[in-house]
Design a protein around this ligand. Structure first.
Ligand code: FAD
Length: 458
C-alpha cells in the first residue's frame, strides 16, 4: 500500500483527522487529496470593483481548498449538540462535546488564543425570547473571525506539511475497494491505502452520491433549508450580538406551524455569494479585526423542508428555487423588507435611498417571485417576532437577500465509528450528512483518527 491512511478532502473534517493522526503517530504514512488549492492560493475573484459577481470558477475558492468551506467562514465554532449536526446520535452527547472542546483547544494553541467564548448559559435573553414566542437554543460559541480562522488554518498546515503528503488540485474521481484496502484515482494517477477517510463536504455531495451508488452504501436524503439573509444596522441587533455573538433562535409560525430559525449571525459582517455546483446562493461572514468590520449585521432566516416518500430529491427542490433567483437576478436578489410587504419589487433607487447600505452588490428584485408562499410567509412572521426582541428588525429598509439555501448532503449509513460496511472506510464531516458545522465536522475528524489509532493493525 502507498499509504496507511488516505484522507479525501482538506476541510475541517479532513484537517483534524490528519492533525490527530500525525500528532500521535508521525510515523504513519498519511496523504490528503484535495480538489482545491492550498490556502495561500485560494482567492475569490470578486473584488467588488472590476468583478462584482460570481464568474463560476472551475474550483470555487470559497468552498474548496485547504480549510474547505470553512476557510473564509466566520470561524464560529459552536460547542453544542443542539444544532450543527447529529454527531451525538452516533458517538454520544458527552463524547461529542468533549471532542468539540478538544478542537477548540487546538484552535487556541494555533493562533486562536484571546478569541472570546460566548455562552447562552445564564442569559436573560432566554426569558425575553420565550415571552415573545421565540426559543433561544443553548450553545457556547468561540468566534475566531475570518482573519484568525485563516491564521489557525495556516498554522495547522505548517505543523503537518512535513509529516503528511498533501496533494492539492487533485480531485479524487474514483474510490475502489481493493484487497486489504482502497484505491483512489485522480487525473493522471492513483494511490492505495489501508484505511480511507472521506471528508468531501458539501461541494463533494454529488461525488459522494456516486460513490455510495457504486459501492452500495445506503443513504437517505430528505431535508433542505430555504430562506433569506437579513442585513440591518448592527445597532439593532446589538443587545443580542454583544452578549451572545451568535444567537440561534427558533420561531414556530402561526399559519403553518413551521419552524423558522436564525442561522449564521455575523455582527458587523458582510454578505457574500456562494457557488455550489454552479448555483449562486447567499451567505455571510465577519472579521475579528475592527478595521474590516462594517456597520451592518447579517444573519439567515431559514425554513427547514422535510420531504416524505415518494419525493426524494430535497436538494433538487432547493436548487430549483435557487436557479429561479439566479434566472431572475443573474445571481442573488436583494429586496427591502418594506417593498416585500407592500408587494412591490425593489429597484436601484429604493435601495440607494434606504438607510441600510448593502455590503453585497446584488440585483434589486422581488423575492415573492422566487420563494414559495409558505416559506415567505414564515420568514415575514419571524421578522415581526424578532422585531419584538430587537426593535427595528421589521423596518422598511431592512434588506433581504435571496436565496439562502442550506443543502444537506444525503445521510450516509455509517455505524457508531462513522465507518461504512467496508472495514476501514470512514465517511465524516458534512459529506456524511451527519455534521453541518465547523465544530461537528472537526470533531468527527478527531473521532475517526482516534479510532484508527486505537487499532493496532494500521
Ligand atoms: C461562507 C460560509 C460560512 C460558514 N460559516 C460557518 C461558521 O461560522 N460556523 C460553522 O460552524 N460553519 C460555517 N460554515 C459551514 C462550515 O464551513 C462547514 O460545516 C464545514 O466546513 C464542513 O467541513 P467538512 O470538512 O465536512 O467539509 P468542507 O469544509 O466542505 O471541506 C470539504 C473539502 O473536500 C474537497 N473535496 C470535495 N470533493 C472532493 C474530491 N472528490 N476529491 C478531493 N477533494 C474533494 C473540497 O474541495 C473541500 O475543500 C460556513 C460555510 C460557508 C460556505
Amino acid at each position: 500500500m502507498d499509504y496507511d491512511v488516505i484522507i479525501i478532502g482538506a476541510g475541517p473534517g479532513g484537517i483534524y483527522s490528519a492533525y490527530e493522526l500525525c500528532k500521535t503517530r508521525p510515523d504513519l504514512k498519511v496523504a490528503v487529496f484535495e480538489a482545491g488549492q492550498e490556502l495561500h492560493k485560494r482567492h475569490c475573484p470578486i473584488d467588488g470593483d472590476r468583478i462584482t459577481k460570481c464568474i463560476g470558477c472551475s474550483s470555487c475558492s470559497i468552498m474548496s481548498g485547504f480549510g474547505g468551506a470553512g476557510a473564509f467562514s466566520d470561524g464560529k465554532y459552536n460547542i453544542t449538540n443542539d444544532f450543527g449536526g447529529t454527531l451525538y446520535e452516533h458517538i454520544g452527547r458527552t463524547k461529542a462535546i468533549e471532542l468539540m472542546k478538544y478542537v477548540d483547544s487546538i484552535n487556541l494553541e494555533n493562533g486562536g488564543e484571546g478569541c472570546k467564548l460566548y455562552s447562552t448559559a445564564g442569559t436573560s435573553l432566554k426569558k425575553t425570547c420565550m415571552q415573545n414566542k421565540l426559543r433561544l437554543l443553548e450553545a457556547s460559541v468561540r468566534h475566531l473571525g475570518t482573519d484568525i480562522n485563516y491564521i489557525v488554518l495556516d498554522n495547522l498546515y505548517n505543523r503537518m506539511k512535513d509529516t503528511v503528503d498533501f496533494h492539492f488540485m487533485t480531485g479524487i474521481e474514483e474510490l475502489e475497494v481493493i484487497d486489504g484496502g482502497y484505491r483512489v484515482s485522480y487525473a493522471g494517477g492513483s494511490a492505495t491505502c489501508r484505511q480511507c477517510i472521506v471528508s468531501v463536504g458539501r461541494s463533494g455531495s454529488k461525488w459522494m452520491e456516486g460513490v455510495c451508488d457504486r459501492l452500495g452504501i445506503a443513504s437517505k436524503s430528505n431535508r433542505v433549508d430555504i430562506g433569506v439573509r437579513v442585513e440591518l444596522p448592527a445597532v439593532i441587533f446589538s443587545n443580542l450580538t454583544d452578549e451572545l455573538y451568535e444567537s440561534k433562535i427558533v420561531y414556530r409560525t402561526e399559519k403553518f406551524e413551521d419552524n423558522v430559525r436564525t442561522f449564521c449571525m455575523n455582527p458587523h459582517g458582510i454578505v457574500v455569494t456562494e457557488n455550489t455546483n454552479g448555483i449562486i446562493t447567499v451567505n455571510g461572514h465577519s472579521y475579528e479585526a475592527r478595521d474590516k468590520q462594517t456597520d451592518n449585521t447579517n444573519f439567515a432566516l431559514l425554513v427547514a423542508k422535510h420531504f416524505s416518500e415518494p419525493f426524494k430529491d430535497s436538494n433538487g427542490y432547493g436548487e430549483s428555487i435557487a436557479r429561479l433567483s439566479n434566472m431572475l437576478g443573474g445571481g442573488v436578489i436583494v429586496q427591502r423588507f418594506g417593498d416585500l410587504v407592500r408587494g412591490r419589487r425593489s429597484n436601484e433607487k429604493r435601495i440607494a435611498e434606504g438607510t441600510v447600505h448593502p455590503t453585497l452588490n446584488a440585483t434589486p428584485g422581488d423575492l415573492s417571485l422566487v420563494l414559495p408562499k409558505r416559506i415567505l410567509d414564515g420568514i415575514i412572521e419571524m421578522i415581526y417576532a424578532l422585531d419584538k426582541i430587537a426593535p427595528g428588525t421589521a423596518n422598511d429598509d431592512t434588506l433581504l437577500y435571496g436565496v439562502e439555501v442550506k443543502f444537506y448532503n444525503m445521510e450516509v449509513t455509517v455505524d457508531e465509528n462513522l465507518e461504512t460496511q467496508y472495514p476501514g472506510l470512514y465517511i465524516i464531516g458534512d459529506g456524511s450528512g451527519v455534521t453541518h458545522s465547523l465544530s461537528h465536522a472537526s470533531a468527527s475528524g478527531v473521532y475517526v483518527a482516534r479510532r484508527i489509532l486505537a487499532q493496532s493493525e494500521v
